[in-house]
Design a protein around this ligand. Structure first.
Ligand SMILES: Nc1ncnc2c1ncn2[C@@H]1O[C@H](COP(=O)(O)OP(=O)(O)OP(=O)(O)O)[C@@H](O)[C@H]1O
Ligand SMILES: [Mg+2]
Length: 456
């Protein structure tokens, strides 16, 4: 081997030769190379091996990362399928926590959901703890509260030295919390709860644990929201069936007590007339007059029933004309009825609301008036509607015998009557607040205040 270029050429190609044919390389080394060339070859070979090792390490790390990601994705997919195959919220929470605890190899875990209204986190299910169902975390407190507020996961290596950790939690469970990983359950537009895993069996929680729990949290929240929606629809359907049954029971009772009795009396009067026609026709005129009154009363009662079943005037003209007609129809059944309407609109009228809300307000007045006629022995009834600052207030006041409100609340389970319960539920539908004020001998006032009026 001679000349620098030749040597360079050889050195540049030595590795290729070494890879392709070892014998040729060895033959060349022993026959042709001088000491200098051998040293240069050794240096280049060492550099090349070091580079290859480093490449190998990088590839190995990339492979491990890709494998962890693929496993994570497979897990998230599996859990997503499992959760969306049921519409039972409890079942979803149990499946979720069991699988996550297994996968992340932890001793303890829990799922809490945000309570509507209070915003408190309420325990739903847990692993590795005694039953925690009644336990709740006040709004915004503890690490879990922070997760709800920020919508981001939290990882803590030593909960005992973290002031955000809710210490009462450990007192309550009798377990010492060390490592913590929380992820939000983020639904369509807000955080609906938190999943937490604690005390990893080996080592600390890692970045990939955090990514995994966070991804699972998203799937789980959607599955939980779907199940809750399904539950709401089911309850609404049951409620509609219940209302239909109530309406038909009431209709049956009203038809039995009202028009049916009148028609039966008419039948008896007709029999009487037949006999009188043969024996003493002078009795006929008086009997026919009273028959006419009976028929008139029966017609009025049936029309009122039809009106109450579907008050067409309510849909066509709104609340005030419908209430006027309702009160007019009950005139002569005991008390005197008065309607007072106030409004801060220049037109002095009450704004038209959605069909559902108008129908509900009408039904509250209807129910209250039925109660007054049935129980109150009142002389006067005042129905007030007042619109102010985009809010509507409704009152139904009577000067009758009154009743003990607290007594009534305590006895609902055993009463089998629904009137006041219906009023409560209906008030909720209007978005207003119900108060019932009554005292024995001092009349009754039913108010639904602050019913929102949407701006036009
Ligand atoms: N305006 C009122 N004056 C006096 N007592 C009333 C009045 N409204 C309700 N009550 C009392 O409250 C009770 C409960 O009323 P609620 O409407 O729930 O049941 P109900 O009228 O007895 O039965 P239902 O409405 O199911 O036919 C009545 O039984 C009555 O004692
Ligand atoms: Mg009633």
């Amino acid at each position: 081997m001679s000349g620098t270029n030749q040597k360079q050429f050889n050195l540049d190609n030595l590795l290729d030769i070494a890879k392709s044919d070892r014998n040729e390389l060895l033959t060349s080394i022993f026959n042709d190379w001088d000491r200098q060339t051998l040293v240069e070859f050794a240096i280049i070979s060492t550099q090349s091996i070091t580079e290859e090792r480093s490449n190998y390490r990088t590839l190995n790390t990339q492979y491990n990362t890709a494998q962890t990601r693929a496993q994570g994705l497979a897990f998230v997919k599996e859990i997503g399928e499992s959760l969306s195959s049921t519409l039972d919220v409890n079942e979803i929470l149990i499946r979720l926590l069991n699988r996550v605890s297994q996968e992340l190899d932890v001793r303890n875990g829990s799922v809490m959901l945000v309570e509507k209204g209070s915003g408190d986190l309420v325990f739903q299910t847990s692993i590795g703890y005694p039953s925690m169902k009644p336990f709740r975390l006040p709004h915004g407190e503890g690490l879990a509260g922070e997760v709800v507020m920020t919508g981001k996961p939290i990882r803590v290596d030593n909960a005992q030295s973290d002031i955000r950790h809710f210490k009462k939690f450990d007192n309550r469970t009798g377990f010492l919390t060390e490592t913590v990983l929380y992820a939000p359950l983020t639904g369509r537009d807000k955080v609906i709860g938190v999943i937490g895993v604690f005390n990893k069996r080996h080592g600390l929680f890692t970045d990939s644990d955090e990514i995994l729990l966070n991804s699972v949290g998203r799937f789980a929240a959607i599955a939980i929201e779907n199940a809750c929606l399904h539950q709401d629809v089911k309850e609404e359907r049951d409620r509609i069936v219940e209302i239909q049954q109530e309406v038909s029971t009431r209709l049956q009772r009203d038809l039995h007590d009202g028009p049916t009795q009148l028609v039966a009396s008419l039948q008896m009067s007709i029999d009487f007339c037949r006999t009188a026609l043969k024996k003493d026709p002078s009795l006929l005129e008086e009997e026919l007059n009273s028959m006419y009154e009976l028929a008139q009363k029966a017609t009025h009662q049936m029309r009122t029933l039809l009106f109450e079943l579907r008050p067409l005037v309510l849909e066509a003209k709104g609340l005030v004309p419908a209430l006027q007609e309702l009160l007019a129809r009950h005139e002569g059944e005991g008390p005197r009825f008065h309607l007072r309407v106030r409004s801060d609109l220049p037109s002095r009228t009450v704004t038209r609301l959605s069909v559902r809300v108008e129908r509900t307000i009408f039904a509250i007045v209807q129910e209250s008036i039925n109660n007054i006629i049935k129980h109150a022995k009142a002389h006067n009834v005042l129905v007030k509607l007042k619109q102010k600052n985009h809010r509507l207030n409704l009152s139904i006041i009577d000067d009758g015998v009154g009743f003990d409100v607290s007594d009534l609340k305590g006895s609902y389970e055993t009463r089998g009557s629904y009137g006041m319960l219906n009023i409560k539920e209906r008030a909720d539908v209007t978005g207003g607040k119900l108060t019932v004020k009554s005292a024995i001998g001092a009349g009754t006032e039913i108010r639904v205040v602050n019913i929102p009026i949407p701006s036009q």
